[in-house]
Design a protein around this ligand. Sequence first.
Ligand code: FMN
Length: 174
Amino acid sequence: MNEKEVLSQLIKARKSYFPRDYTGQPIEPSVLKEILDSAQYAPNHKRTRPWRFTLFQGEQKNQMGERLAEIYKEITRPEVFLEKKYIDIPLKWSQSDAVVAIVVNYSGLVPEWEEIAAVSMAVQNMYLSATAAGVGAYWSSISLKDHLGPELGLLENQSCLGFFFMGSLEDSKG
Ligand SMILES: Cc1cc2nc3c(=O)[nH]c(=O)nc-3n(C[C@H](O)[C@H](O)[C@H](O)COP(=O)(O)O)c2cc1C
């Protein structure tokens, strides 16, 4: 296959894989690094490089899932609280090998939507790199993220756009 065909195939093959699809096998560190590195090649107006990605793995990752579940419990009225959701939130984190917090940094140099667009393109780079490596991934924009602050070390000009979950797949090349 030539470059054009390879690219076309990757774009078409990209799809979201959810934590329930992951095998639990660790992603090769060099593969994970390649996926994360690919983000920085996204176009960005005035070179603001607005993406701020924090990688969570191991115990720290599982604790983030538990923290989100606690937030869900704290902010949800008892009559609409769902035990299943409370259990499912941390399960997604524990079933994943790596989770990246997707944070946008607003520089003030360009409109906010342009910074969000650049971050989204960086996420697409990660999606495509994950596809090429046979790693499962998806962007979760769970609304509970809006209740996080100190956990992500967010500055006033930053906001969390969600989380990029990753895990090995059955026929993983990574
Ligand atoms: C900005 C953004 C936010 C998303 N948030 C969620 C989410 O919170 N939960 C979810 O299940 N999927 C989420 N997704 C993934 C979409 O559901 C998924 O991309 C869509 O169903 C199309 O499937 P595909 O990615 O396999 O093509 C999100 C995707 C994007 C681009």
